[in-house]
Design a protein around this ligand. Sequence first.
Ligand code: HPA
Length: 240
Amino acid sequence: MIGIIGGTHILELKIEDLKELEIETPFGIAEVDLGKIEGFDVAVIRRHGRRKDKPPHKINHAANFTALKSLGVKFAIGMGSVGCLKEDIEIPAIIIPHDYIDFFSGITVFDRELVHITPGFDDYVRKKLIEAAKRNSIFPVIENGIYFQTRGPRLETKAEISMIKNFADCVGMTAGSEATVAKELGIKYAVLCTMDNYAHGIRGVEVDYREIVEKAKKNAEICLKIIKEAIKLIWKENYS
Ligand code: HPA
């Protein structure tokens, strides 16, 4: 079974033989949708909740990934909408970041043990996402980049963006935390992001969250097409 975690992009995702589970974990309850995508077994998490009641700083990443692990998930794919930090990148574009900065979340599953993982996105899952994106994307595919995670739910100030643009390529609120807990639990995780907007102040743009959601929804279709192909690639190489 392959884990899929998404936000706005996943709203339109059609799951066959859907079973809506609530899985209890030591960290709390996780909502997981079990089923099939194009015949392949998946466990899907809508990270903002079925009722869309979980803003980024309230998402229970530890419960979500612990639930995936309890289902036997070894590979997980994230989908995310990000702001573009680079003036010279034309958007929309797809980016599969190779690393991240997350100084603020403090996320971990190890609250009572001394465990210090070495964080990062999984290179195998990243390669499959790149392969799938190159085959299916009508937007440019950026194969490397640094994801800067902010805490949310608010967007960033111009001053914050003006600082972080020197160190990262895109900005979002979730993928760093997901990568950290996935690695702590031994789940191979990488993320496919759509660059839907220029971050605050980049190209003189004033950001507005409603606009971001609109654009993310528009770009979701291509993202889902890529994800379906990546599921197929990972499945064929590991489960058949
Ligand atoms: N900032 C933070 N998170 C985001 C953005 C942004 O500009 N766009 C999409 N997610």
